[in-house]
Design a protein around this ligand. Structure first.
Ligand SMILES: Nc1ncnc2[nH]cnc12
Ligand SMILES: [Zn+2]
Length: 346
């Protein structure tokens, strides 16, 4: 860790914006802005149950995860063609580049699309083409993580994996998302074991709304390398020790936690406590089109509300590269660039 000089409160936002960072928890379907939903609905002749962009935005008042997921899956119904998936991902990459996101590992939910008759090939080819172009054109390296929907069966997850395997070189791993309560990680033990045999990286949402027991089983049954959210881990000291000792990263999403009523206010978010406990916590946007902000907005609002300082900013950015699935040389290059920004910031 380099020496981190204190930064005046009024200069901290500039440092948060400027520091390079990795985003490891973004559902690409959650980056679909209302304007693009309406444009794609018109392009594809899909009828929406909302009269206008404003009307749709007004519906974004969530009380819990499920109340959000219902609207999120409805929004994704406008995605039909390969170009739609490309356009959605490209819009995300433009915003990520503006936030100095140097690397992104992006979730996608193929079952949301294949269930509507969209081919796996259409989904993956559109997203992957945007990922490939984002490096040279925007300076953002990117990789895809295929998520299984946990409210569906393990059999359905196996069928999805089978459909995706012809495109094995276009995604780096698998995740587990959607409705957490009532769908514990162990429901997907066999399909995650198969993914491990195939050499795929593994992550899972756990401890967003669900109990610490779900984080334990994500680790011990699914053998995941990162926990998505994981904020409920703080209720279990033994789990906190395990996460710190094994350096299992948590991809924390503060604005998501606020909008889905996981925390009553950002000031009460436990991000600082997770860092103080030595966990490899990171900041991410989850579903930025629905939760009021992309990466920098998550950093800016969380730091303003909690009083976190430059030292934690550096730690969170350094953690994001450590927690990524980049190779060691790429991680080192990002860390060096991060240190340079902190050392030259005045
Ligand atoms: N925050 C979240 N939790 C679980 N599944 C999701 N899918 C999209 N966003 C999600
Ligand atoms: Zn998520």
């Amino acid at each position: 860790m380099p020496t981190i000089r204190p930064v005046a409160a009024e200069r901290l936002p500039e440092l948060l914006r400027r520091m390079p960072k990795a985003e490891l928890h973004i559902h690409i379907e959650g980056s679909l802005e209302p304007e693009l939903i309406f444009a794609l609905a018109q392009r594809n002749g899909v009828a929406l149950p909302y009269a206008s962009v404003e009307d749709l935005r007004k519906a974004y008042a969530f009380t819990n995860l499920q109340s959000f997921l219902d609207i999120y899956y409805a929004g994704a119904s406008v995605l039909l063609k390969e170009q739609d998936f490309y356009d959605m991902a490209w819009a995300y990459f433009e915003r990520a580049a503006a936030d100095n996101v140097a690397h992104a590992e992006i979730f996608f939910d193929p079952q949301t699309h294949t269930a509507r008759g969209v081919a796996m090939e259409t989904v993956i080819n559109g997203l992957h083409r945007a990922c490939v172009e984002a490096g040279p054109k925007l300076g953002v390296s990117a990789a895809l993580i295929l998520c299984f929907l946990r409210h569906l069966s393990e059999e359905d997850a196996f069928a999805t994996l089978e459909q995706a395997l012809p495109f094995r070189d276009q995604f780096i791993g698998v995740g587990l998302d959607s409705s957490e309560l009532g769908h514990p990680p162990e429901k997907f033990a066999r399909v995650f074991a198969r993914c491990r045999e195939l050499g795929l990286h593994r992550v899972a949402h756990a401890g967003e709304e669900g109990p610490p027991a779900y984080v334990w089983s994500a680790l011990d049954v699914l053998k995941v390398e990162r926990i998505d959210h994981g904020v409920q881990s703080a209720k279990d000291p033994a789990l906190m020790q395990r996460l710190a000792q094994d350096r299992i990263p948590l991809t924390v999403c503060p604005l998501s936690n606020l909008k889905l009523c996981v925390v009553p206010s950002l000031a009460q978010h436990n991000l600082g406590a997770l860092l103080d406990a030595g966990l490899v916590a990171t900041v991410n946007s989850d579903d930025p089109a629905y939760f009021g902000g992309y990466m920098n907005e998550n950093f800016l609002q969380t730091f303003a509300a909690t009083g976190l300082a430059a030292r934690q900013a550096w730690q969170l950015a350094a953690n994001s590269f450590e927690a990524s699935f980049l190779d060691a040389a790429a991680k080192r290059a990002h860390q060096d660039r991060l240190n340079e920004v902190f050392e030259t910031f005045v």
